[in-house]
Design a protein around this ligand. Structure first.
Ligand code: PGA
Ligand code: ZN
Length: 424
């Protein structure tokens, strides 16, 4: 039984306030922190902020007050193990779509803290509480170069990531990635192109063009002694909602070029031809299903076409995308949905539709590692939490290493099978 729920203001990796929720039961305590996006989809649960002057309007005193008020009153006395009932109660007490009244940030922190408290009460880690038979480590997508909204538009593509397809374990996958990251840093440094570190920890590069960034990534994979395409694939998050103009055209600022939908599709298909890309996220804007359909049809199931802003972790949208063939994979960000139950529903819809699924963190993160447990406990094919640097990222990767060790010989690394149709 939940004996108390309290909200607290903490800080995220962008030095912005965020919501922490602590859930107490006689059998133990759970806590969780809300993440926050920068390139958000318009269909996401509401990230409730105070507005005004302090901290650029990003303070969360209203969201925290809602936790200590309505949310605490609603959840106290409930069964901590009944996640579905807790999450339904959160929706009921908010009363508005997308948690517009109390905030999706308050709701998701409360939902995750309840899950953590339930696991503690059962004396097991959360991943095992979610599925006692879970044994699969997801295929990670790890950022090497950061751009887009996370690097002041220094590169148009938001994320250039590597996917260690042929590693034998998650541990080996991460070893490979770190060597690639080092090789990429050397490549940039030798050419005077190293401009710093982007918000999710990848190198902040000064490239001449987006294609040059892809060439550098292939060189970095080779520089680490690995075979691009065979051992390590490339994943892109275009975050194209950030590139589209009011007239629906796509603009590459770096190259000073503008494309209509078909022209943009040709640019993307050209990259898919030239480079060993296995996954491409939000290749068209969130309100351009025709573009999404064009690319999905062109690649079939050779490449993951991932909906992030486009699907916003919504089961209904996943089902619609399956029938319209506007994507073949869903990105699962619990804070887009507002509760774990809603996020899991999107994952289940993906399984039913034969979609792939990637559990994902946000660009604004904390030391909270709940997401690592969700990826394993829900058996998601993929996992995306940024680069191999910065503590809020390594916290999540290190937690996967602990889970893999904890599983011992029964651990299985998803590898290439983590792509495409998702099966838990
Ligand atoms: P966001 O970016 O967390 O800033 O929305 C991550 C992503 O687009 O996948
Ligand atoms: Zn994205």
């Amino acid at each position: 039984e939940i004996t108390s729920v309290t909200g607290h203001r903490r800080w995220d990796s962008r030095a912005r306030p965020t919501v922490e929720v602590v859930v107490r039961t006689p059998a133990g305590t759970g806590r969780a922190l809300a993440p926050a996006g920068a390139s958000t989809g318009s269909g996401e649960a509401v990230d409730l902020r105070d507005g005004g002057e302090a901290f650029g309007g990003k303070d969360v005193t209203r969201a925290v007050a809602g936790v200590n008020g309505d949310i605490a009153a609603a959840l106290t006395g409930m069964d901590v193990a009944d996640q579905a009932a807790v999450d339904a109660r959160l929706e009921e007490v908010d009363g508005e779509a997308g948690f517009a009244r109390l905030g999706g940030n308050a709701a998701v922190a409360a939902s995750m803290a309840v899950a953590q408290a339930a696991a503690v009460a059962h004396g097991v880690p959360l991943w095992r509480h979610l599925d006692p038979a879970a044994a699969r480590l997801p295929l990670p997508e790890i950022q090497i170069f950061g751009g887009g909204a996370h690097a002041h538009g220094r590169l148009d593509i938001q994320d250039l990531l590597v996917v260690p397809l042929a590693a034998g374990s998650f541990r080996e996958a991460f070893d490979w990635t770190v060597e690639i990251h080092r090789a990429a840093g050397r490549w940039l440094d030798e050419r005077g192109r190293l401009a710093g570190v982007a918000e999710e920890g990848g190198w902040w590069p000064a490239f001449e063009s987006n294609a040059e960034a892809l060439e550098a990534l292939v060189a970095a994979i080779e520089g680490a002694g690995l075979v691009p395409g065979e051992q390590v694939g490339i994943s892109l998050d275009i975050a194209a909602t950030q590139l589209v103009g009011s007239d629906g055209s796509y603009r590459l600022t770096r190259e000073d070029r503008t494309y209509d939908r078909d022209g943009w599709g040709e640019v993307l298909l050209g990259w898919l031809d030239r480079f060993p890309i296995v996954s491409i996220e939000d290749p068209f804007a969130e309100d351009d299903p025709a573009g999404m359909a064009l690319l999905t049809a062109a690649v079939g199931d050779r490449v993951q076409v991932v909906g992030d802003d486009f699907l916003v972790t919504d089961a209904e949208r996943v089902r619609a995308a399956a029938s319209d063939r506007t994507a073949n994979t869903v990105l699962v960000k619990p804070n887009q949905a507002g509760t774990l139950t809603r996020a899991k529903a999107a994952l289940d819809a993906a399984a039913e539709a034969g979609f792939g699924a990637i559990v994902s963190a946000r660009s604004g993160e904390t030391e909270d590692v709940t997401i690592s447990h969700l990826a394993v406990g829900w058996g998601s094919g993929g996992f995306k939490v940024g680069s191999a640097t910065r503590g809020e990222r390594t916290a999540k990767w290190n937690e996967l290493l602990r889970i893999e060790e904890n599983l011992g010989p029964s651990a299985r690394y998803a590898g290439r099978a983590g792509l495409g149709p998702w099966q838990s």
